[in-house]
Design a protein around this ligand. Structure first.
Ligand code: NAD
Ligand code: MG
Length: 395
């Protein structure tokens, strides 16, 4: 193995972002080697990935699935060693041989392994926005303390990053007046309000422009995703929520914009394909081929913009309020949302009840300072307990 190969761990390798990452990586065998791949429980797709990408380690959450994967890999003649559990996730994220970690586990489950990568000073490609929403202060402090390099994968944040000067402290020091965070408005932007509460999980997961995992698809349909992204952007770009305008842009061609004090506005455009931000972050500050076709700007022809509709999307309103309230509000919001989305996907609650459960959870828990990881974890647990009670009451 050549020393010049970047050793990569992909947390959440079987998901939508994980698969796109492996697609980009496979185009550049001269640059990247896969050190470890992880997944929650679906060991069959992980087995296929191990055969193809030959990682040193594969990690699953449970012992039973790990045993099944191990037997399958032995049968296939793979040398990959199988591990399981939270500790193993942290180990493959922080291992001394690893250069780069793609953090693409969905939800709060990604926090600890992503922090393990940060604390060991890795180049961390962050897709797992929930980690930053829950514990942004601790997370960014850990980045500063360890010297980790944090690069955003979320397409909007990656776009903003690309439109920002290379070195900057505050937005004012960078000469930036504001950030324009764009969002498509999801599949229900124009759905009649009376039918909105009756939409099914499959309708919510049918995003007009992006193909993604089911949790983030529901978040996009409720526009909670844009709210989580607002919190994420405040931490990544060191600014207050009032410096960020949310703009609806149904075509998803502009991925976000930055407005400078002189009136210049920079935008990053491209086809809606996550391989672009993934390739950007993998190779940064260089550029590599991502497999994404050229944007046909003439065929695109028009770009539309409108203001967000907070009445239609109460989850977005709750998230903006939580971003402004700060403290533990975003962590409570995130935990309640995860519980509510899971209940919606299991068809235990209606779409409009997602916002009600989050609202009720935020009402029930007083805010405090998220001063340590244990405080954040305790708040996450409490918020889940409250949200589950509210789900049981609604269901
Ligand atoms: P996904 O559901 O397709 O994949 C999630 C991955 O995490 C899978 O590999 C799964 O096995 C693993 N996982 C799930 N629960 C786990 C647990 N408890 N412990 C360990 N591993 C677990 O999700 P996705 O769409 O790839 O999204 C991943 C993250 O990236 C999310 O935080 C999402 O918000 C963010 N993101 C995704 C996109 C996108 O286009 N898909 C865009 C921007 C940001
Ligand atoms: Mg996004």
């Amino acid at each position: 193995m050549s020393d010049s190969l970047q050793q990569l761990t992909i947390l959440g390798a079987t998901g939508s972002i994980g698969v796109s990452t492996l697609d980009v990586v496979a185009r550049h065998p001269d640059r990247y080697a896969v050190f470890a791949l992880t997944a929650h429980s679906r060991w069959q797709p992980l087995a296929e990935q191990c055969v193809l990408h030959k990682p040193q380690y594969a990690v699953l959450s449970g012992a039973d699935e790990a045993a099944l994967l191990s037997a399958e890999l032995k049968r296939l003649g793979s040398m990959t060693e199988v591990l399981f559990g939270e500790e193993a996730l942290a180990q493959v994220a922080s291992h001394s041989e690893v250069d780069t970690v793609m953090a693409a586990i969905v939800g709060a489950a990604g926090l600890l392994p992503t922090l393990a990568a940060v604390n060991s000073g890795k180049k961390v490609l962050l897709a797992n926005k929930e980690a930053l929403v829950m514990a942004g202060g601790l997370f960014t402090q850990a980045v500063a303390d360890s010297g980790a390099v944090l690069l955003p994968i979320d397409s909007e944040h990656n776009a903003i990053f690309q439109c920002m000067p290379a070195q900057h402290g505050t937005l004012a020091e960078a000469g930036v007046r504001k950030i324009l965070l764009t969002g498509s408005g999801g599949p229900f932007r124009q759905t009649p309000l009376e039918t909105l509460k009756l939409v099914t999980p499959d309708q919510a997961c049918a995003h007009p422009n992006w193909s993604m995992g089911r949790k983030i698809s529901v978040d996009s349909a409720s526009m909670m995703n844009k709210g989580l992204e607002l919190v994420e952007a405040c931490w990544l770009f060191n600014c207050a929520p009032d410096k960020i305008d949310i703009v609806i842009h149904p075509q998803s061609i502009i991925h976000s914009m930055v407005e400078y004090m002189d009136g210049s506005m920079l935008a990053q455009l491209g086809n809606p394909d996550m391989r672009t931000p993934i390739a950007h972050a993998l190779a940064w500050p260089e550029r590599i081929d991502s497999g994404v076709a050229s944007l046909d700007i003439v065929a695109t022809a028009r770009l539309d913009f409108e203001a967000p509709d907070f009445g239609r999307f109460p989850c977005l309103r709750l998230a903006v309020e939580a971003a402004k309230a700060g403290q533990t509000a975003p962590a409570i919001l995130n935990a309640a949302n995860e519980v509510a989305v899971e209940a919606f996907l299991a068809e235990r609650i209606r779409f409009d009840q997602i916002a009600q459960i989050i609202d009720g959870t935020l009402e029930a828990i007083p805010l405090s300072e998220p001063e340590s990881l244990s405080v954040v974890q305790e708040i996450d647990r409490r918020a889940r307990d409250v949200a589950k009670l509210l789900v049981d009451r609604q269901a």
